[in-house]
Design a protein around this ligand. Structure first.
Ligand code: FAD
Length: 186
């Protein structure tokens, strides 16, 4: 069984895509860099899907490119030739807004503008405002340290990340940092 068959068996055809149209769509970002076709695109629904996909891809030595919305201007979300794209777009839940500690816990695929709007309902303010905020994701913002005009006063995404839960190359789940009370700028 090849790695795509293993992925499909483990995660299902709704999560693992290798049709031509999908491969083309995920072969580029918003930069001028030439597209590169992946061999498979994975659209995980949850953390367990990510772990399973990474375990299989790592054991088969297939390079992985994580992806949010593909608005990167750096070529960062263009895959390696024949590699796998793991797009976090379906993992878009805002899990918690903690008004007391001024923290939000979100999945990587949350659209930045959605987070800004959601915290606004609590009279709170999430400053990073890349011009792409209606389509880019928090995961992509963290990886690219995105910021917009408000960065001059409030800093960029790195100033607002307290803790990250991540899946590393062999499928291991790790936590970096600590969700402590926010408010470095006060
Ligand atoms: C019209 C337009 C305006 C823009 N304006 C700005 C601006 O004002 N300021 C600014 O800083 N940028 C701007 N950008 C660039 C871009 O929107 C940002 O870099 C944004 O952070 C990318 O987010 P994304 O979800 O599209 O990430 P993607 O393009 O999908 O990915 C970007 C990088 O992040 C990595 N990545 C994505 N998700 C994850 C994840 N969950 N885990 C690990 N790695 C991940 C990818 O591998 C890639 O290297 C603009 C882009 C466009 C097209």
């Amino acid at each position: 069984m090849n790695f795509k068959e293993k992925l499909k068996l483990s995660l299902g055809e709704d999560v693992v895509k290798d049709d031509e149209e999908t491969l083309l769509r995920y072969s580029k970002d918003s930069s001028d860099h030439p597209p590169i076709l992946p061999s498979v695109v994975i659209l995980p629904r949850n953390l367990n899907d990510v772990i399973r996909a990474v375990e299989i891809l790592y054991s088969e030595r297939i390079p992985i490119t994580p992806r949010g919305s593909g608005t990167s201007l750096t070529g960062g979300s263009i895959p390696s030739e024949g590699g796998a794209v793991i797009s976090l777009e379906r993992m878009n839940k805002i899990k918690e807004i903690d008004e007391e500690n001024l923290t939000a816990t979100v999945e990587a695929g949350v659209i930045t503008g959605d987070l800004i709007n959601e915290v606004g309902k609590f009279n709170l303010f999430y400053p990073p405002d890349p011009a792409s905020l209606q389509s880019c994701t928090i995961g992509g913002n963290v990886a690219e340290n995105a910021g917009g005009p408000r960065a001059f006063k409030y800093g960029t995404t790195k100033n607002y990340v307290l803790e990250i839960e991540a899946v590393i190359k062999n499928g291991e789940r790790i936590r970096i940092g600590k969700k402590t009370k926010s408010g470095w700028w006060i």
